[in-house]
Design a protein around this ligand. Structure first.
Ligand code: GLU
Length: 446
């Protein structure tokens, strides 16, 4: 494989799709050495086939807002790769959603899902619909209109969407209701992240954040460190940030920062149950601001326009959006003594930030390993649905813990460098790639 020529070809075919090209480049650079030891992959053109999605559905979503005005958005579902199981991945509602963003997410999802050890292929979907400031009724009408177009292309054994940025339990509920009505299908397996009374799994809402902290725990243990007493800065305040803040606090760390598009909250005394619950209220308010946290809790302060990375911390956990931590942020964190960074958001760090962390020799792990607990627990939800049973929270949590430990082990196996430094980016990419590549090879040219 020649990464340069493959990338040149992709840049020519997909000009301006920067997030997608960034995600592909990172994987190809990580796997190049291993790939070239396998002439059978080269012969079967595995990489050339793997970097393109199997298919993309694009559709118009038209709905009526509360003022009676007609609104039109774009909707997408990208079925990226089905080598190891049915297409699986979230749906993102955000004003910046475009094909490049969803292709990067679908590509990442393919390897992430492979790392979970569960049989799930990779997919992603979404819309440029902006949930900020929308009423509950508007959210419902949009979700219904979105599903009206999508339903015929998904199913419990073909493609199983879930939540992502802007899509939580409420949105899954509205989409599931419409799917059921259209498909006349009453088994519950078509979406994950469902409500507890209609096929959802306990621990799924917490799973991305909990899983991330289990991963970090293993990473720290291997380096002879611990979460106990460590200070943690978290970006975001949504579902993922909430789960991460909950588990980090439970494991003895002090969460001293959360953030939003409006600025950062400095929270020197750490989280309490009340504070963590308030994060849920912030998300449910649909206002996309974090400032009210400091109005509610006087020991916290709000600084407008600043990121979580401006706060001196031991551990940095990006939990919001891609490329939210750049090279300058990484330099600031390192200057402040940060010794661990783990992406809980998908591709939360820019390549420049990753290079800074790795050159400084601090612990760094990528999203496709760290945040895989969310989709892994979706996989556990699918299993429970297929078996028509529900596991207890303790059973799901134990399985999640085991999966995260296993992902950590895979990263160490494939990412340990001759000098002993664990390159978790390389480890995650090679481990995920090998599984998908082998499955594609065995299934022939399709
Ligand atoms: N959106 C989540 C992710 O990026 C979860 C996907 C799922 O549960 O299918 O992995």
């Amino acid at each position: 494989m020649n990464v340069k020529s493959i990338m040149a070809d992709l840049e020519r075919k997909h000009p301006g799709e920067n997030e997608y090209l960034q995600a592909v480049r990172e994987v190809l650079e990580s796997i190049e050495g291993t790939y070239n030891e396998h002439p059978e992959f080269e012969k079967a053109k595995i990489v050339e086939r793997m970097v393109e999605p199997d298919r993309i559905f694009t559709f118009r979503v038209t709905w009526v807002d509360d003022n009676g005005e007609i609104q039109t958005n774009l909707g997408y579902r990208i079925q990226f790769n089905s080598a190891i199981g049915p297409y699986k991945g979230g749906i993102r509602f955000h004003k910046a959603v475009n094909p490049s963003m969803l292709k990067f997410l679908g590509f990442e999802q393919t390897f992430k899902n492979a790392l979970t050890t569960l049989p799930m292929g990779g997919a992603k979907g979404g819309s440029d619909f902006d949930p900020v400031g929308k009423s509950d009724a508007e959210i419902m009408r949009f979700c219904q209109a979105f599903m009206l177009e999508l339903w015929n292309n998904i199913g419990p054994d073909t493609d199983v969407p879930a939540g992502d940025v802007g899509v939580g339990g409420r949105e899954i509920g509205y989409m599931y209701g419409m799917y059921k009505k259209l498909a006349r299908e009453y088994n519950t397996g078509v979406l994950t992240g469902k409500g507890m009374t209609w096929g959802g799994s306990l621990i799924r809402p917490e799973a991305t954040g909990f899983g991330a902290l289990y991963f970090v725990e293993h990473m720290l243990a291997k380096a002879g460190r611990s979460l106990k007493g460590a200070t943690v800065a978290i970006s975001g305040f949504g579902n993922v940030a909430w789960g991460a803040a909950t588990k980090a606090t439970e494991l003895g760390a002090r969460v001293i920062a959360i953030s939003g598009p409006d600025g950062v909250i400095y929270n020197p005394n750490g989280m309490t149950k009340e504070k963590i619950d308030f994060m849920l209220e912030l998300r449910a308010s649909n206002r996309n601001i974090v400032a009210p946290f400091a109005e509610r809790f006087p020991d916290a302060t709000f600084t407008p326009g600043k990121k979580a990375w401006s706060v001196k911390c031991d551990i940095a956990l990006p939990c919001a959006f891609q490329n939210e931590l750049n090279g300058d942020d990484a330099k600031e964190l390192l200057a402040n003594g940060t010794w661990c960074a783990a992406e809980v958001s998908n591709m939360g760090c820019t390549p420049e930030a990753i290079a800074e962390f790795q050159q400084a020799g601090i612990l760094f792990a990528p999203g496709k390993a760290v945040n895989a607990g969310g989709v892994a627990t979706s996989g556990l939800e699918m299993t429970q649905n297929a078996m028509h049973i529900s596991w207890s929270a303790a059973e799901v949590d134990e399985k999640l813990h085991y999966i995260m430990q296993n992902i950590h082990e895979q990263c160490v196996k494939y990412g340990t460098q001759p000098d002993g430094y664990v390159n978790y980016v390389k480890g995650a990419n090679i481990a995920g790639f090998m599984k998908v590549a082998q499955a594609m090879l065995e299934q022939g040219v399709i």
